[in-house]
Ligand binder design. Structure first.
Ligand code: NDP
Ligand code: OXD
Length: 309
């Protein structure tokens, strides 16, 4: 029973130790030390190393080393018929809530405006909005978006969410599908994107979507760079329609040095650090699924390949 850990920047030794601690009988190999490719029954993989997967003829489960799976599903050489499981890690979820709240509260409390005032040595009190008057919209109410929505509702914000299928959630106004999108956007002053990247959601943060937001809205993208049409975002900020954008993810990562996002005064850039999956909290989910698989039980957090998430 052999698992290959394949991630260029990941800490293979820490992952191997955490997987062993939970499942001592698991033989863990760390890429590029794969040994005989036919031994590999499980792969825990991230990024471009997904290109290696067709080499392993006896794969039984492909685990994504992150919550997102587009790095796997977008490949046309992904081994057919092998289940794909994504990482759902309580610490990853908590970290996402923490980072999202930090960004949302910065816009809610007008921190970018105060930063501009500081640069101009200006002492001026700006109007404050109470949480129940602040309309926040979250695209995606899954593991991550749902947790952020719950935390915001707990703080008393006026929260709405937009999903593919219709949902109900206490304290959150729920919208679903393309027909509801404009109504959801029209009421959203701070928009947070936590959608998976799929053919339906690629380029969704575009000129039409920005135009449907109220004047002065801010946009936060903590999902994938492929959701944003970069030029449309810059145009919406330069026209003054959007007041700001906070971006953690980009079409090309690292963000190229000459990309205009770096220097735009209304854009906050972070280098895809909203949250990381950690071996101590995430290895258990991988081992649990291997046990389930061996016992013939359904896997948890398996991805629907056709749906794309
Ligand atoms: P989930 O699969 O749990 O949730 C996805 C949500 O998006 C669901 O609510 C789903 O709707 C909704 N959705 C999917 N497609 C559509 C659509 N076409 N229209 C409307 N809603 C849609 O994902 P997670 O919450 O775990 O993760 C979301 C994404 O966050 C990941 O795919 C990843 O790309 C990104 N991420 C980024 C990180 C970072 O550090 N920047 C870290 C971790 C994740 P429904 O409820 O109807 O299924
Ligand atoms: C993820 C990520 O998908 O870190 O987990 O981007």
């Amino acid at each position: 029973m052999t698992l290959l850990f394949a991630c260029r920047d990941g800490d293979g030794a820490d992952w191997a130790a955490a997987l062993h601690a939970d499942m001592p009988e698991l033989d863990v190999r760390v890429w590029p030390e794969t040994g005989d490719p036919d031994d590999i029954s499980y792969a825990l993989v991230w990024g471009e190393l997904a290109a290696e997967l067709p080499r392993f003829a006896n794969l039984e489960i492909i685990f994504s080393l992150g919550a997102g799976v587009e790095h796997l599903l977008e490949r046309d050489d992904l081994p057919a018929g092998v289940p794909v499981v994504r990482l759902v890690d309580p610490a990853l979820c908590a970290g996402k809530v923490e980072f999202a709240l930090m960004r949302l509260l910065q816009y809610h409390r007008r921190m970018p405006d105060y930063a501009a005032q500081q640069r101009a040595r200006q002492w001026r009190e700006l109007a404050q909005t109470l949480p129940d008057e602040r309309r926040i919209g979250i695209m995606g109410l899954g593991e991550l978006g749902g947790a952020v929505a719950g935390a915001l509702a707990g703080l008393g914000f006026d929260v709405a969410g937009w999903t593919r299928s219709r949902r109900t959630m206490a304290g959150v106004t729920c919208y679903a599908g393309p027909d509801d999108l404009d109504r959801f956007l029209n009421r959203t002053e701070i928009l947070l994107c936590l959608l998976p990247l799929t053919p339906d959601t690629a380029d969704i943060l575009n000129a039409d979507l920005f135009a449907a937001l109220p004047h002065g809205a801010a946009v936060i993208n903590l999902a994938r760079g492929g959701h944003v049409v970069d030029d449309d975002l810059i145009a919406a900020l330069d026209s003054g329609h959007l007041s700001g954008a906070a971006l953690d993810v980009f079409r090309t990562e690292p963000l190229p040095p000459d990309h205009p996002f770096w220097t735009h005064e209304r854009i906050a850039v972070t280098p895809h650090i909203a949250v990381w999956s950690r071996p101590r909290t995430a290895a258990g989910m991988v081992c649990d699924n291997i046990r389930r698989h061996r016992a013939g039980e359904p896997l948890r957090h398996a991805v629907d390949r056709a749906r794309g998430y």
